[in-house]
Design a protein around this ligand. Sequence first.
Ligand code: ZN
Ligand code: ZN
Ligand code: ZN
Length: 173
Amino acid sequence: MKSMKIAGLGAVGFSATNLFYPTLAQAVNRQDQWRWCNKCQVLHFAGGDSLGACAAGGSHNSEGSGNYSLILNTPNLRGQYGWRWCRKCQELFFAGDGSRGVCPAGGQHDPTGSSDYLLKSKEDSPDYFGQAEWRWCRKCQAIAFAGGDSLGACAAGGSHDNSGSSNYILQER
Ligand SMILES: [Zn+2]
Ligand SMILES: [Zn+2]
Ligand SMILES: [Zn+2]
């Protein structure tokens, strides 16, 4: 995890426009090593000991993925809080409504030990720079890339269902 300190509203050189709510000095915590799985399309943490179980079988495969950097444990930013890391499957999933979804490692996702992750979307931050078309799955609660050919296998069965999802934007490191 790394922190960057922003001098104030006059800070220039950051393409991440709209990242900052109008607070003055604000340290934004970030964590990279989040990757896209080319089998199930899901965002998962690949910086640990395990790549995690994949709904498409075996473990997640992050070959061909960018290195995504997520904002965590930083209050008062525009966006959606309540996203959690699952220690069993390594996926990021939405727990803000109390749901634990369905985990490809069996049972429900387990947020024990997770930080509080924030995601930004076209809806709340239209000028935010990054890769869009990341969508929340209402069945398994994970976030999967929906801009490709396949929606990806869902731990709840069939493919991910992103109906009702915001259009989330992820930044690469
Ligand atoms: Zn996978
Ligand atoms: Zn899980
Ligand atoms: Zn799903």
